[in-house]
Design a protein around this ligand. Sequence first.
Ligand SMILES: *Cc1c(COP(=O)(O)O)cnc(C)c1O
Length: 322
Amino acid sequence: MFQQIIKASERLSGFSHKTPILTSSTLNNFIGTEVFFKCENFQRIGAFKFRGAFNCISQLSKKEKTQGVIAFSSGNHAQAVALVGKLLGIKTTIVMPNNSPKVKLDATKGYGANIVLYDTETENREVITQKLQDKFGYSLIAPFDDKYVIAGQGTVAYEFLNKVPDLDTLLVPCGGGGLLSGSAIATKHLNPNCQVIGIEPELADDAKQSFKSGKIVTIPVSKTIADGTRTTSLGRLTFPLIQQYVDNITTTSEKAIIDAVKFHLLRMKIVVEPSGALGLAALLSKAVKAQGKIGVIISGGNIDPSTLIEVLKNNQQKTNKY
Ligand SMILES: *Cc1c(COP(=O)(O)O)cnc(C)c1O
């Protein structure tokens, strides 16, 4: 798998951004140790998902590329697949809920994707996607449970550890576990002493439950503000990799996530979406001990304007609805 991450890094070269690594002396003084942030909020489409989508789509056969790709997502994966399709000249179809925020529909359309809307109450996105695949021969690009996607996401930690090799701990947001499993593989190959910890919202703690119980636990769709981590379970590929390479999974409260988004914005002057702020949330709330050199992956920066307003008002009741 590590070789696949190196290959992914070569494929991505010239296409993805080598995102910056930031520090905050205010934070370091406050928690009493050194923290480094790998800023995927500055990646193309504003999140790391560009990496996995690019790696997966670029290895398809000529025939598959000609027929086109399909994905179902209303979030960052949709925009990632759409942009990769545009860059590589591949037709993309994205199946999205008909109640998706307009900004997300417009962004995905803006990259030239063909959008198919469905009704979340009465229709099933898997069924719709399968029908389109059968009819047009589209290749499905999975958001996390795919070895090329996992390898692509692993390039985040690969780049990070190449710049800051002596991290003691790496904190990684976890939804379906593509970013976490890929990053853990890269980290354990480059620095086996670095502890890799997955962070998820308390309100969507399926990965923690799975990690502790040794089998994949599925939960109902969560209302956490961290919408990038609302996936209901880890994947069949990501779970065993997480068992093998990840040291622990811990959770943070909604309040801690909101505080972290505010800290990123007001202290560090960077826009981070709630899912992207999980690492800092874990540090500020002491869910993870501030000890040694700590690396944090900021996974994305695509925050809805109305969510950002609620975060700044710090009105937790209202923010819970997103
Ligand atoms: C998708 C996403 C996640 C979760 O990634 P997984 O690979 O599904 O674990 C976290 N943060 C952001 C910003 C995302 O877009």
